[in-house]
Design a protein around this ligand. Structure first.
Ligand code: FAD
Length: 659
């Protein structure tokens, strides 16, 4: 039995030869990436979806109009729920259901996406017991379909400036929801435009003329039977986007629309019938729905980059172009060092983003459990961690996927590669759930607080403990026996710590000179977001280290360690200017890192196919001709092109206009 369980009869010979070189069992590696139980569930689920033709794309999504995509995904999501009990082992297992959705529907969205990703988690976290009783079961059984409406046409990041109002009317025990200006229209919420009949709406709470800031309200927006917008409500779709075009992101306006007082989500903040307001125990407690999405999106981004890496690496093993040695025949493009240097670091990032996603989901679960008991100490840590990870991971994913696309040459630019669709979806993550730059600055604020504590010899939280440690003057990279990577990780730590303290000192100096705190912050904002990025990249490297250490199987651990060491080298070179500034690294050490990175590219090359096979993406899920598991790319590219709507007739009426 070959170690690589992906080998199947009928595969392209080149890929089979590649797969026979595997030094580890791909299914065991899949268990490290997904956890063994989920990996098993994913495999079984994919087989069931293969047999259920109602869940298959009726034609390639690339050839569909937006309206066709929306209808197609509405059809499939209904079928998905109708067959849910036969396909998934545990419908409450988010990861399993997400895998089903990736196979059946893809990444461009469906009418129930925000309902499950944001609406239900927001209800779970912010509704009180009585409200949960009323709305949660109907939501879970799809009697009501909801979205999360926070962003407005005029304001996204600056939540304090949101204009929608919820004014308490004591006489009727109701809130009056109103959109006072065009810029107050809710804008962007997913599945608002056409699909949802309810929305959790963020609005500025006003009682007796006093504003209490934005709070969340459950608002029915469409009739349950006719699906028509209710009186006083204007709702529609915001039009086509870069991607997510199977999703109906929408706009929403209210004309003095009345809802019962008890429609304010009251687990934390409360308003009684006399208009008395009780504030939440923690200022950020209402953000839990956003933190939830951030905590799942890290792993999803890892999956997106993993998918793009799978496509590009498989294709690079099928594609031959040019010769390395004249006369010895065309080589697989993955044999070029430049191609390896382009792709393997992206693969390593995909792995570590998946691992970080898992760590963060575990922390989120812990924070949720704590919050049930009224304990909120870890919420700030989680907020800081997810803010940094969300920003760094989405940014690096976007950049990494673009490398994957370019590595596929012209065919990468075709929708047949599948990369443009995944890329478009992935980079949306740079903006939603908190715009990246803004999130980095929020993490920077936390880091500046942590410096203040560190200077008093105290730690603000586990993730910033390292700020208490002394700074080494010089790195030991290249000065310890070959194969020891402790000094590499120490370099990440050093670079992050130095930048964090440096910018804290600079801020303090500006303020000592009489500059206000706010203006000083502006003067150092770019340096502050750099500090946040470096802190997060250290976290990611340390997370990779923890994962490698936790693996028991020797062969898996060795293969994973190669990827980890490549990651350390590649990322360090990417940020080497910080280590050169204070002469922490010397030029010969930088050369050492580079040479070791080139060595690792060669080491990883024979395992490349197995490292991507280990993601166990199905062809149905990848939706890529280039990334086909069996490697039969060319004949299928030709077949795919023939499906183009422009090929339906040899000559169309419009073609005659130009002759
Ligand atoms: C695909 C997608 C899906 C979405 N889904 C939803 C949804 O379901 N529900 C919902 O409510 N919203 C949704 N949104 C909206 C999203 O949450 C907002 O777009 C996001 O919060 C950013 O707000 P904005 O668009 O107003 O950008 P802005 O806040 O206007 O930001 C524009 C630029 O200004 C900069 N900037 C802004 N403030 C600062 C600051 N304080 N310091 C430094 N720089 C700053 C930003 O860095 C950015 O570069 C979605 C958006 C997208 C793209």
């Amino acid at each position: 039995m070959p170690l690589n369980k992906e080998i199947q009869p009928g595969d392209n010979d080149e890929l089979t030869r590649e797969r026979l070189q595997a030094t580890f069992d791909t299914q065991q590696m899949a268990a490290v990436l997904w956890d063994s139980d989920l990996a098993r569930k994913r495999r079984e689920l994919a087989k069931k979806v293969d047999k259920l033709t109602v869940l298959h794309d009726s034609k390639d999504m690339a050839f569909m109009t937006r309206e066709e995509k929306l209808s197609e995904n509405a059809r499939k999501v209904v079928q998905m729920f109708a067959h849910m009990a036969d396909i998934v082992e545990d419908p409450s297992d988010y990861a399993e259901v997400f895998h089903l959705s990736c196979n059946a529907i893809g990444h461009e969205g469906h009418p129930l996406a925000v309902h499950f990703v944001m609406f239900i988690p927001a209800l779970q976290a912010q509704a009180d017991d009585e409200q949960k009783e009323k709305w949660l079961m109907p939501a879970l059984s799809l009697q009501l379909i909801g979205t999360y409406a926070q962003t407005e046409l005029g304001h996204g990041t600056n939540l304090r400036a949101l204009e929608t109002t919820a004014t308490f009317d004591k006489a009727t025990d109701e809130f009056v929801i109103h959109t006072p200006t065009v810029t107050a229209l809710k804008w962007w919420p997913g599945n608002l435009g056409k699909s949802s009949n309810h929305a959790i709406v963020s609005a500025n709470l006003i009682i007796d003329g006093k504003a209490y800031g934005h709070h969340n309200f459950m608002v029915q927006i469409r009739d349950e039977n006719t699906h028509k917008p209710l009186k006083g409500i204007t709702v529609g779709d915001i039009g086509p986007k870069m991607a997510y075009n199977a999703s109906d992101n929408g706009f929403l306006g209210f004309d003095h629309h009345r809802i019962p007082r008890r429609n304010m989500l009251m687990r934390h903040a409360k308003v009684d019938k006399n208009g008395a307001y009780t504030k939440p125990s923690h200022a950020k407690i209402g953000y839990s729905a956003m933190v939830h999405v951030r905590s799942v999106m890290i792993g999803h981004q890892g999956m997106f980059l993993g998918a793009a890496s799978t496509i590009a690496i498989r294709y690079s093993l099928v594609r031959r172009q040019g010769e390395i040695k004249e006369g010895s025949g065309e080589v697989k493009i993955l044999d070029y060092q430049t191609q390896q240097h382009r792709l393997f670091p992206q693969l390593a990032r995909a792995y570590v983003f998946m691992f970080a996603g898992k760590e963060v989901r575990e922390l989120y679960q812990k924070v949720l459990n704590d919050m049930e008991k009224g304990e909120t100490t870890l919420l700030a840590d989680l907020h800081a961690l997810t803010s940094g990870l969300k920003s760094v991971v989405t940014h690096l994913c976007g950049a990494g996927m673009e490398q994957c696309r370019m590595a596929c040459g012209g065919h990468g630019y075709s929708r047949a590669s599948g990369i443009p669709e995944i890329w478009g979806v992935a980079v949306g993550g740079c903006t939603y759930e908190g715009e990246n730059m803004v999130m980095l600055l929020q993490l920077a604020r936390y880091l500046m607080k942590a410096v203040k504590e560190a200077k008093k010899g105290r730690s603000l939280g586990r993730l910033v403990d390292y700020l208490l440690l002394p700074q080494d003057k010089h790195s030991l990279i290249g000065r310890v026996p070959q194969g020891e990577y402790g000094p590499h990780l120490a370099a990440f730590e050093h670079i992050a710590r130095r930048q964090i303290f440096k910018v804290a000192d600079e801020l303090a100096k500006l303020q000592d000179r009489g500059m206000s705190k706010e203006i000083a912050w502006q003067k150092k904002a770019v340096e502050l977001q750099r500090a946040a990025r470096l802190h997060t990249r250290f976290y990611l490297a340390a997370c990779f280290h923890r994962k490698v250490q936790s693996v028991v199987d020797g062969r898996i651990r060795e293969a994973l360690a190669d990827l980890y060491h490549l990651h350390l080298n590649y990322e360090l070179l990417d940020m080497v200017n910080y280590a050169l500034e204070d002469a922490y690294l010397k030029a010969d050490q930088v050369d050492f890192i580079r040479e070791d990175m080139y060595r690792l590219l060669e080491t990883i090359r024979p395992s490349a196919i197995s490292l991507v096979d280990a993601f166990e993406f199905t062809d149905r899920e990848l939706r890529s001709v280039l990334g086909r598991r069996d490697g039969h790319v060319y004949e299928n590219l030709y077949k795919w092109a023939k499906e183009s709507e422009l090929n339906r007739a040899d000559v169309r009426q419009a073609d005659l206009q130009t002759v």
